[in-house]
Design a binder for this molecule. Structure first.
Ligand code: ATP
Ligand code: MG
Length: 564
């Protein structure tokens, strides 16, 4: 199939849109939006929403706006706005000139509220937050009307104007929609739509001391932008009648339609901004872009590609029921993507010195090695070889088990892309008993193929030439939490952080071609996994590599135990 023959994904949201288009609704227009609140960095759950909203717009020839849903000044900032803009672009989406801010609509939203009051559909209440809660009733009992519910329109208009003018303290008054205190849906029991909050806003400063509530601002911002389909997560299902009530009262013509889908949860991590902020602020991670974070910034720094993240979002699809997606699926998408495009290279994480006794002192040669075994277009590189090399400590065993295919007393092994070597002797540290150097001999007949005498050498290990290798710091990242569902634990979720989520190897040895690896670009280190030079800390001459993912789906120290 050519790409254009691949059917676009389908799901219940696209089916709704198809039905509407068939019925000739909305003049065939499709306009979506991605509406983050700039009070944190975007995470993989947001990425799902980004892919969904921008994906639908692209598929139906429509538009998708990027809207900062910035109507609650507490916790919002320009830093977050900038990170969101950067992350959505990086994920591969473009909103052209349609970047909007709900805070730009403050005056319009205020006028909508005035309109509601004038229609007798909203009133200023002076009950406290606690009293409003008490009056609200329960799921089984109706609410009670506030004594201020029948305040005159003039009086409410006057008070609302004075709320805006800053005459009152926080909490002294609120504006409530006048709907139905007996509604079976608690959301509809005269919800608060404006409150006094003397907190400066990162864009409007101290211009406003009243701010609209989410339920009021969101549906009207959608309407102002002429959004057709307002896609949000399931927890807003109960709020949909309020969404519809407000747009019906205030908007004429085509009204946006809210459609809810299940929010993404991913195992072994946490996708709540509040908790992610806690991890950052309390220093459990090094920042929003710590490579262990499920944030877009963290995944980018880890070396995940936008293609892999989009592939993951397409694979998980869009459902109506909450679910927990296995993080292994995300990791598999990352591996599949990198397996195709990451050049191969050799690096030794925990070096063991090997001296080739019969190789001439001071000499060196180069092996032409393919950058990708299945893709000749990715070219070749030269890998230097000399008398002293490093191999992985785990690739030598002084008492090898029978089926061991690596190096040990009496064993032979092939050095990847180079010669077969045979064990001769070893040197140990006298105090620790640790093997510190292994001596071998090489078989010159094996330069371009199997041994001349036909004997079989099964094992293949990776290596670097000691004189040519570059020392690098390698950071081995693992899952951030030890339990599959850290959001669901009974105690503090930080008790379940994985203490082994970061292991730093200060002096790994990497082949010289990696010394100038561009930060962010992924490589497959042969037999070890996928790695990239760190976007922040890696500098020429002092490279720092992050492990993106091990080769296979097993989170051991070295995933491959000598098997080829
Ligand atoms: P959090 O609960 O982590 O604070 P939020 O929903 O408050 O997240 P917003 O900035 O309001 O964060 O989210 C912007 C958009 O991203 C919303 O449309 C929201 O529905 C969507 N979104 C947020 N989290 C997820 C998730 N886990 N899965 C899918 N979509 C999500
Ligand atoms: Mg939100």
């Amino acid at each position: 199939m050519t790409p254009s023959d691949i059917p676009p994904p389908t799901d219940f949201i696209r089916e709704i849109i198809d039905d509407e288009l068939r019925a000739g609704k909305r003049g065939g227009r499709v306009a979506t939006r991605f509406p983050p609140e700039p009070n944190g960095y975007l995470h993989i759950g947001h990425a799902k929403s980004v892919c969904l909203n921008f994906g639908i717009a692209a598929q139906y020839g429509g538009t998708c706006n990027l809207r900062m849903d910035d109507t609650d000044p507490a916790g919002e900032s320009l830093e977050y706005v900038e990170s969101i803009i950067n992350d959505v672009h990086w994920l591969g989406f473009d909103w052209a000139d349609r970047l909007f801010y709900a805070s730009d609509y403050f005056e319009q939203l205020y006028q909508f509220a005035v309109q509601l009051i004038k229609a007798g559909k909203a009133y200023v209440d002076s009950l406290s937050a606690d009293e409003i809660r008490e009056h609200r009733g329960t799921l089984t009992e109706p609410g009670r009307e506030s004594p201020n519910r029948n305040r005159s329109i003039e009086e409410s208009l006057d008070l609302f104007g004075r709320m805006r003018a800053g005459e009152f303290e926080d909490g002294a008054y609120v504006l409530r929609a006048k709907i139905d205190m007996a509604s079976p849906n608690v959301v509809m029991r005269d919800p608060v739509i404006y409150r006094i909050k003397r907190v400066p806003h990162y864009r409007t400063g101290t211009q406003w001391v009243i701010y609209p509530m989410y339920d009021f601002a969101h549906c009207l911002s959608d309407s102002i932008e002429r959004i057709t389909h307002s896609i949000c997560t399931l927890e807003f299902e109960n709020n949909r009648p309020l969404y519809d009530w407000l747009v019906n009262e205030l908007i004429t013509g085509d009204r946006p339609r809210q459609i809810e889908f299940a929010r993404l949860n991913v195992s072994y991590t946490i996708l709540s901004k509040r908790r992610l902020i806690q991890l950052v602020e309390q220093g459990y991670v090094a920042g929003w872009d710590d490579p262990r974070m499920p944030t877009v910034a963290g995944m980018r720094r880890r070396g995940y590609t936008p293609e892999a993240i989009r592939d993951f979002c397409a694979k998980i699809g869009v459902a109506k029921n909450d679910n927990l997606v296995d993080i292994a699926l995300l990791e598999a998408c990352v591996r599949d993507d990198l397996n195709e495009r990451a050049p191969r290279a050799m690096a030794v994480l925990r070096p063991l010195r090997v001296v080739i006794d019969n190789y001439p002192e001071g000499e060196a040669e180069e092996f032409e090695s393919a950058n990708h075994p299945q893709n000749p277009a990715m070219g070749m590189r030269k890998v230097p070889f000399s008398k002293v090399i490093y191999i992985e400590q785990e690739d030598f065993d002084e008492n090898p088990p029978k089926k061991y295919k690596r190096l040990g007393p009496g064993r032979e092994v092939r050095l990847r892309n180079a010669y077969v070597i045979r064990y001769e002797s070893m040197k140990k540290d006298e105090t620790t008993g640790e093997v510190v150097e292994v001596h071998c001999t090489y078989d010159p007949s094996t330069r371009n193929g199997p041994p001349a005498d036909g004997r079989k050498v099964e094992g293949v290990i990776h290596w670097v030439s000691a004189n040519h290798a570059v020392s690098a710091e390698v950071r081995l990242y693992d899952r951030l939490f030890q339990v599959p569902d850290p959001a669901g634990v009974a105690d503090d979720f930080t008790n379940h952080l994985n203490p082994g989520s970061l292991e730093i190897l200060p002096s790994a040895q990497i082949e010289p071609s990696l010394a100038l690896a561009p930060p962010g670009a992924g490589y497959q280190f042969e037999r070890l996994g996928y790695f990239c030079a760190d976007l922040k800390d890696s500098v020429a001459g002092k490279p720092v590599f992050n492990r993106i993912a091990p080769l296979r789906d097993s989170w051991g120290k070295i995933a491959v135990q000598g098997k080829r």
